[in-house]
Design a protein around this ligand. Structure first.
Ligand code: NAP
Length: 345
C-alpha cells in the first residue's frame, strides 16, 4: 500500500451505552471517524482486513466480573482481527506482513509491533483460517475436546451449538476420532443437513417440540461439549454415563437473559462420578501449536473443512452480533473490511 493511498481518517465502532440485560440495541454502539495515527519508533500501522464477531462480546459489554474487564464506555469494541502492516517503524515487521491482534472493530490500528503475531499462510492454506480454524475458534474446539473433555476412542460425544464456529470444528474432530458416535444439536433444518454432511451420526433440532424425547433416544453420553448452557445442559446432565465429562465452553442461551436459565440436574455429576469443567481458551496457549498441527492434519486427510459466515464492511459487525443470537450464522462469523479500507457505513 503506497503512503499516498493511506487515508487521513478511518472509522471505528465504539461502545456508546451498556445494554440493559437483554439484546444489544441501536444505541449500544456508535460510529466514530478518527485521524490515522502514524507510528512512532517500535510501532506499526496496520490496515485491518478481518474483524471477528463472537458471542462472548455480548458479555464484554456488561459491567460484571468476568475473565476480561468490560469494554469501557467510549472505547473501541474489543475484537480479534487480522490485518496487514502498511507502515512499519520496527525491524521485526515489514510492510505487507500479515498480523493478528485484538485490533477491535476499526479499520486501522497503530501500536507497538511487539503486541502482534506475524502469520504465515501454509502452502495451500487460506488467510481467513487465522480467524477460525487456526485461530481461537479451532483452538477452543481442540482444547475443549482433548484437554477438558479427555476425548477417548468410542465415546458418545454430544455437541450443542454444533453448526456454529466452535461447534462445526468440534463436530468434525469428534467424527474423525476413532469409533466415536457424534450427536450434533442445532436450531434449524438447514443446520441439521449441514451437520449430517460433516458426518454427525445423529442430528437434533432443539426447537422441535419433541426434542426432549429425541435427545433421550440418542442414549448415554461420555462427552457433552456445551456451547449453550440452560435447558440443553440440564437434559444432558440426565444422560451422563459414569465418568463422563462436560466441557463447559459457553452458555449462549443466557447471554441476553435477565436471569440465567436454571439447571437442576447437577446431582448427576455426583451419582455418575462425572466432571464439568469450564475453561477459557486463551489460558491454553501452550497447546495451540499442537492443536494447529492436529487440525492441519485433519484438513490434509479431507476430514476437516472450516466454514465462514462472512459479512462485508465495518457496519455489519453490530448486526452480525445481534443476529448471532437468532442463529443466522453457519460457521465462524467474520466481517471483511472492504478493499479500500473504507467501511460501508
Ligand atoms: N470457553 C472459551 O474459551 C470459548 C471460546 C470461544 C467461544 N466460546 C463459547 O462457545 C459458544 C459458541 O461460540 P461460537 O463463537 O462458536 O458461536 P456460534 O456457535 O458461531 O454462534 C452462536 C450460535 O449459538 C446458537 N444459539 C443462539 N442462541 C441460542 C440459544 N438460546 N440456545 C441454543 N443455541 C443458541 C445459534 O445457533 P442455532 O441456530 O443452533 O441456535 C448461533 O448460531 C458460545 O457460548 C461462546 O461464548 C467459548
Amino acid at each position: 500500500m503506497s503512503a499516498a493511498s493511506i487515508p487521513k481518517e478511518y472509522k471505528q465502532i465504539v461502545l456508546h451505552e451498556r445494554p440493559a440485560r437483554g439484546p444489544i440495541t441501536d444505541t449500544t454502539f456508535e460510529t466514530k471517524t478518527v485521524p490515522v495515527q502514524q507510528p512512532k519508533e517500535g510501532e506499526v500501522l496496520v490496515k485491518v482486513e478481518y474483524v471477528s464477531v463472537d458471542p462472548t462480546q455480548r458479555g464484554w459489554l456488561d459491567d460484571v466480573k468476568s475473565y476480561l474487564p468490560p469494554v469501557e464506555l467510549g472505547a473501541v469494541m474489543r475484537a480479534g482481527g487480522l490485518g496487514r502492516v502498511v507502515v512499519s517503524k520496527d525491524d521485526s515487521l515489514k510492510e505487507g506482513d500479515l498480523v493478528s491482534f485484538y485490533y477491535g472493530w476499526q479499520e486501522y490500528w497503530t501500536g507497538p509491533a511487539k503486541l502482534l503475531q506475524k502469520k504465515i499462510v501454509p502452502e495451500g492454506g487460506k488467510e481467513i483460517d487465522f480467524m477460525g480454524l487456526f485461530g481461537l475458534t479451532g483452538m477452543t474446539a481442540y482444547v475443549g475436546l482433548f484437554e477438558i473433555g479427555k476425548l477417548k476412542d468410542g465415546d458418545h460425544v454430544v455437541i450443542s451449538g454444533a453448526a456454529g464456529a466452535v461447534g462445526q470444528i468440534a463436530t468434525q474432530i469428534a467424527v474423525a476420532h476413532p469409533n466415536c458416535r457424534v450427536t450434533a444439536i442445532a436450531g434449524s433444518q438447514e443446520k441439521l443437513d449441514y451437520l449430517k454432511k460433516l458426518g454427525a451420526h445423529d442430528v437434533l433440532n432443539y426447537k422441535d417440540k419433541d426434542f426432549k424425547e429425541q435427545f433421550k433416544k440418542t442414549g448415554e453420553i461420555n462427552v457433552y461439549f456445551d456451547n449453550v448452557g440452560g435447558e440443553i445442559l440440564d437434559l444432558a446432565l440426565r444422560q451422563l454415563k459414569p465418568y463422563s465429562r462436560i466441557v463447559a465452553c459457553g452458555a449462549i442461551s443466557s447471554y441476553n437473559s435477565e436471569k440465567p436459565v436454571p439447571v437442576y440436574n447437577t446431582f448427576s455429576l455426583i451419582s455418575m462420578k462425572s466432571t464439568m469443567q469450564g475453561f477459557i481458551v486463551t489460558d491454553h496457549a501452550d497447546k495451540f501449536a499442537e492443536g494447529a498441527e492436529y487440525l492441519g492434519k485433519l484438513v490434509k486427510e479431507g476430514k476437516m473443512k472450516a466454514d465462514y459466515h462472512v459479512l462485508n464492511g465495518l457496519g455489519s459487525t453490530v448486526s452480525a452480533l445481534k443476529e448471532m443470537f437468532d442463529g443466522k450464522n453457519v460457521g465462524k462469523t467474520v466481517v471483511k473490511l472492504s478493499a479500500d479500507g473504507q467501511s460501508k457505513l
